[in-house]
Design a protein around this ligand. Structure first.
Ligand code: FEO
Length: 396
């Protein structure tokens, strides 16, 4: 193992998952890592564990520094299984260690792994744990992104360990932001935010404001996935603030659609031409070729999202059902939503999509545009004009 030192006595002991390509439906083309940190002082603390399949690797990495029975404390920042499914094994081997989690974290650990976790000691915001010269401070972060979520701050070394927040699914031999391609790093950070943290944007802003108000000096942000931010930790904090508040939203339209026999495709292209004709950036994404993971990332910076579907069996095409289920759950803010589609006889796709969007509280542009069978030249002109109107909405 290459030893990775954050500061004197603070080491990364996590694992890199080079092979993962599907993280509960999130497509992880660049793999991921599960980061755990070992802090050695008069007392030794382990912050988080790793996915169960990699438990032996975690044990090997810890053993480079100490034997497990010398661990004094295990901090569980988050119970989701990519960070905790090694814990039952680690807890058995680290038989002298006290385990700390938030109140909700303790409840979830017991429900996931059984009554042996009744021994977990709970902590709340502001509680501290002395390791010797080093001190850990805890900061609850409920719903970022589970009820149990918690940040741990290493006071003397000025390292924030916020678990999932500020992470990225990025496998790499480098562990720090100055060791990887910055464009790749920010691309993966944005994808992670879009797919995991979008629903919690207001809570993220409040939590960042809380951390800023505490005046915690931060030399490093060490998340539980991907790269550690040390070159410029404020870069990712500012990026989150921008994404959460919609500051990066541009005069940009994303068209998400699918097609059976090409009619909805023709509509999408004519609408896109109308948008581009007004000088507004537009991007077409055909589902069944573009994964939902990438679509929601493209949407982060868009002002308007247009969604198009053919009618199949009186309803929307199945790929649109998947996309709308995903996006209405994520609830991105600061967007306008428009709908279009084609049908043969009774229709139903556009009606169903509009209903789903309205039920989710999305701001829907009315009217939608819907065409029967194959669009004529005149109907494509109407699509072009629809695109021009949408461009004005995007500019407003
Ligand atoms: Fe990386 Fe919420 O687990």
């Amino acid at each position: 193992m290459v030893k990775v030192t954050l500061k004197d006595g603070v080491h990364w002991v996590g694992v890199v998952d080079w092979n993962i390509r599907d993280f509960h439906g999130y497509i992880t083309r660049r793999g991921s890592s599960y980061n755990a940190y070992l802090i050695s002082d008069e007392k030794i603390a382990l912050v988080d564990t790793v996915k169960g399949a990699f438990c032996n690797e975690l044990i090997e990495h810890i053993s480079e520094f100490t034997s497990l029975d010398k661990l004094d404390y295990i901090i569980v920042n988050h119970v989701e299984m990519d960070h905790s499914s090694s814990l039952p094994t680690i807890a058995k081997l680290a038989k002298n260690a006290k385990i700390f989690a938030s109140v909700r974290g303790k409840e979830e650990l017991i429900k996931h792994y059984g009554a042996e976790f009744e021994r977990v000691e709970t902590v709340k915001s502001g509680d501290t744990l002395k390791l010797g010269k080093k001190t850990l401070t805890f900061l609850e972060a409920p719903m970022l992104h589970w009820p149990d979520s918690m940040f741990t701050y290493l006071v003397e070394d000025k390292i924030l360990m916020p678990n999932d927040a500020f992470g990225q699914h990025l496998a790499s031999s480098g562990r720090f932001d100055d060791e990887v391609d910055e464009n790749v790093l920010m691309d993966e950070a944005a994808t992670y935010y879009a797919n995991i943290l979008t629903p919690f944007a207001p809570l993220i802003v409040k939590k960042i404001q809380e951390v800023v108000a505490m005046k915690l000096p931060i030399d490093m942000i060490a998340p539980s996935h991907g790269i550690i931010w040390r070159k410029d930790p404020m870069k990712i904090i500012n990026a989150y603030l921008d994404w959460c508040t919609g500051k990066t939203v541009k005069h940009r339209v994303v068209i998400v659609f699918d097609t059976m026999w090409g009619s909805t495709d023709k509509m999408a292209r004519a609408i896109a031409d109308g948008i581009a004709n007004e000088g507004v950036e537009v991007k077409l994404l055909k589902l069944r070729g573009t994964d939902n993971t990438d679509v929601v990332t493209e949407i982060v910076n868009a002002k308007v999202v247009l969604v198009g579907s053919p009618t199949l069996n009186n309803g929307m095409f199945p790929s649109l059902g998947s996309f709308l289920t995903y996006i209405t759950g994520l609830k991105p803010r600061n967007k306008l939503w428009g709908f279009f589609g084609s049908y043969g006889w009774g229709g139903g796709a556009v009606r169903g999509m509009v209903r789903m969007a309205q039920e989710a509280g999305f701001e829907v542009i009315e009217p939608s545009i819907e065409l029967k069978w194959v669009p004529t030249a005149d109907e494509l002109k109407k699509c072009f004009a629809f695109g021009q109107q949408i461009a004005q909405k995007a500019k407003a």
